[in-house]
Design a protein around this ligand. Structure first.
Ligand code: ACO
Length: 367
């Protein structure tokens, strides 16, 4: 390494790629996905449509919506067949471990191909839903390829007819979290693709990165926190105690956003839509007061480091409102973010080169 080079611990501020896929404006609190404002996209696009947009922007050939939906359906069935042949993967106690193992059993190649990306992405939801079933003492359930991806996921999970209100809310969730610039798991996927390794290896590595509580593992603990706090009047003392004992408040703070994460507002709007359709959102009022207390106390503690609600805070409330069990929150994130990972894998293959940063050696030298 060149002696004078600056060490950027955590790669803060380092630009490693040019991308057409998404842009995060951390000062103004804006997220653009493939040229669209994220809120406008979230309320006007199914997850399959969002994937089509991501993948063509990344570099795949365009396809018709019906062909893509068919490939998603086939991908769900293929994933179910894989689980039937390899039931041991669902015995793993951590849902992200099971997701990682099941995904690694899929056949893979290196091609830039929307059909390959659809089968890999579709499988994530089937692995997640069936892991949850097995851990609730239920049998595996076979997907219905004629349904939309979100409706089929909810049907697999809940064993009952799914309302359009719920599946729309899930489309909002998956579209909103489908991509977010050079986050840790996307960077991981791009590093693997940059070595010309296969698509499954890139996704498996990204699942591993997403599992961590500083990235995609936060929404489960957010719900636990809300449950422990119980009611708004307990929020201030609970938050103060947690911070005084050195804990991080899950769902607060972000490396890029200096203002409130715009995805929190999208999820609040989706929760309000659910409420307007008669779906009770029992934790919304509590979440708002906990967020307000956390924001106030964190601003006192870290006046120079803005720590506001991030996407995970209201992910917990939105997914809870549509009755997704909290053990699935991180896998749900992976099931949506796989769309973005694969778009970046395509872009990396087409325009990138081997990612190989330097380090500064601080160890002993030979005598
Ligand atoms: N609660 C309490 N203190 C915090 C929090 C938090 N949520 N976040 C940061 N801090 C404090 C740190 O302890 C540190 O304090 P110090 O300077 O006294 O040591 C300071 O703020 C800076 O922390 P960093 O980790 O350097 O800040 P960074 O911007 O890298 O952190 C991160 C971003 C990892 C998201 C952090 O805010 C965090 O841990 N949040 C909680 C976990 C979470 O919500 N993760 C989901 C992120 S969104 C996503 O990935 C999809």
């Amino acid at each position: 390494m060149v002696e004078s080079a600056v060490v950027s611990n955590g790669l803060d501020g380092i630009v490693v790629a040019e991308t057409r896929i998404s842009e995060v404006d951390g000062l103004r609190g804006k997220l653009i996905i493939c040229g669209h404002d994220s809120e406008e996209l979230a309320f006007n696009s199914t997850f399959e449509q969002t994937c089509s947009l991501l993948w063509t922007t990344g570099g795949t050939q365009p396809t018709s919506q019906s062909d893509l939906e068919q490939k998603f359906g086939e991908g769900r069935i293929e994933a179910y067949e894989l689980l039937k042949k390899n039931p041991f993967v669902l015995q793993q106690s951590h849902p992200m471990d099971a997701l990682r193992t099941a995904t690694s059993l899929m056949s893979s190649a290196t091609q830039i191909d929307w059909a390959e990306y659809a089968r890999i992405t579709a499988a994530q939801a089937v692995f997640a839903a069936n892991w949850s079933r097995v851990h609730r003492g239920l049998e595996l359930s076979c997907p219905d390829a004629s349904l939309t991806h979100s409706a089929d996921f909810l049907r697999l999970l809940k064993d009952k007819p799914v309302s359009k209100t719920d599946s729309d809310a899930l489309d909002v969730y998956w579209t909103t979290i489908s991509d977010h610039a050079m986050n840790a798991s996307t960077f991981t996927a791009r590093v693997v693709a940059s070595t010309e390794s296969d698509n499954i290896s890139a996704v498996v590595a990204a699942i591993g990165a997403l599992k961590g509580p500083l990235h995609g593992g936060a929404p489960g603990p957010v719900l636990e926190m809300l449950n422990e706090i119980g009611s708004p009047e307990n929020a201030e003392s609970w938050i103060r105690n947690a911070i005084d004992s050195g804990k991080r408040i899950m769902g607060m703070g972000h490396r890029i956003y200096k203002v409130r994460d715009p995805r929190a507002a999208i999820f609040e709007k989706a929760i309000r839509n659910l409420e307007a359709s008669g779906v009770p959102a029992s934790r919304l009022a509590l979440a708002r007061s906990v967020e307000a207390q956390a924001k106030k106390i964190l601003a006192q503690k870290h006046p120079d480091h803005p720590l506001k609600a991030n996407v995970e805070f209201y992910t917990a409330v939105l997914l809870d409102t549509i009755q997704i069990p909290d053990h699935l929150f991180s896998s749900m994130f992976a099931a949506g973010r796989a769309g973005g990972w694969l778009a970046h894998v395509a872009e990396q293959r087409l325009h990138g080169r081997l990612i190989r940063p330097a380090s500064r050696y601080t160890g002993a030298m030979p005598h």
